[in-house]
Design a protein around this ligand. Sequence first.
Ligand code: AMP
Ligand code: ZN
Length: 473
Amino acid sequence: MNAPRSLTLFNTFGRRAERFEPLHPGEARVYTCGPTVYNHAHIGNLRTFLFEDLLCRALGHLGYRVRQVMNLTDVDDKTIRGALEQGVTLAAYTEPFIASFFADLDRLQVRRAELYPRATEHVPEMIALVERLIEKGAAYASDGSVWFRIASDPEYGRLSGIDPEATRRGERVASDEYEKEDVRDFVLWKGAKEGEPAWDSPWGPGRPGWHIECSAMAMKYLGETFDIHCGGVDNIFPHHENEIAQSEGATGVRFVRYWVHAEHLLVDGEKMSKSLGNQYTLGDLIARGARPRAVRYLMQSVHYRQKLNFTFTSLEAAGAALRRIDDFRFRLEHAAEGGAGGAALAAPTAAFEERFDAALADDLNVSGALGALFEWVRETNGAIDRGALGGGDRERLLAALARADEVFGVFDAARWPESSGGPEEAEIESLVAAREAARQSRDWATADRLRGELAALGVTVEDTPSGPRWKRA
Ligand code: AMP
Ligand code: ZN
């Protein structure tokens, strides 16, 4: 196998683009903070998960072996509150949201991580980590809970730039946190309150704090030092700052080499919130006629360090971009290979592949990668129109499209049966688009043949001033 291609990533730690150098040659170990399963994921969460999917696919495409781990936060304040309110066990409460999370991943064709460890199944590892911190003087037990001692970590704030001294000592943050030595200290283990789910520990019954969950699971599966840790920007502080403090406090070695964070998704230019009624789930979008394939394309077409403004108009534009790809693929599959072939198409295809990979290697520059793709589509369409497609070209060009699709995962309509009303709808749409393209170029023979193919599928097409409309007979 060829050596992986070198790439740069923007490291939140230090806030600059850095060349990615994995700890283990050729292998990228990636930890991605997973969902808190107290609710259905909203499309903001899904943006972050789709970014992580793109990152892992891009790493694979550039030649790295990828080990991705994504945790499930199935015990925390919110899941416990939900379970208590419904009077069910924690597991009974979270199970439907775990199922819904995986269903969303499938609907968006997110590639599965290697592992999805659950917090509730790693409590012994969390307890062991807390014990190590106590031994080192970086943590202390108080009243059945255990706190991380910020004063033990002179470099606290190294990731987020937050100055812990700015929080006044002795200030009371919440009434149930009175047992802390210092207001800045954060909880590692929470003593159980009456009626709450609890695990036995050296400090009595209780449960892990959220931050320690990720430290323990990340180190268990990826090592005390590993390559990449991702999340949304809201995770930078306090979650990831605290993960570093705990992990490095226990091991004395660097926890993560590259911190990579996705900016937030907005809806109609505003932060999503329950009160604005714009906190959509994928199911909400589908109920409003959105197709997961277009949702995926839209989310993958905006650079991860830019805010993504979700609107239904932008979703339509995503659909239009996909139709161009579908039309291109259709022409590629059906055009006659009567031309000379060879250099006329081989050179632009090789140039496209190089530009595509170079853009991805530049901190996942998706605009550059998609720009290269659409330019190649335009050039190739022109060449097909000129009858330049020669023997072997079809296969070579389809392979180039498939390579690009390894990364974006949206360019093949045939793989998106559920993205439309019926199993063959994507095929119908691409036939309709191809017939329209043939009509535009006054290729009546092809247009008629395609009308015949559509008729065979029980579909009739009507040509209207705003374009073709089709319906099932
Ligand atoms: P949670 O389920 O709250 O633990 O969040 C799961 C992931 O979604 C985390 O990585 C968050 O940083 C991310 N996230 C939360 N809100 C948004 C948002 N509006 N846009 C993008 N990512 C988000
Ligand atoms: Zn986490």
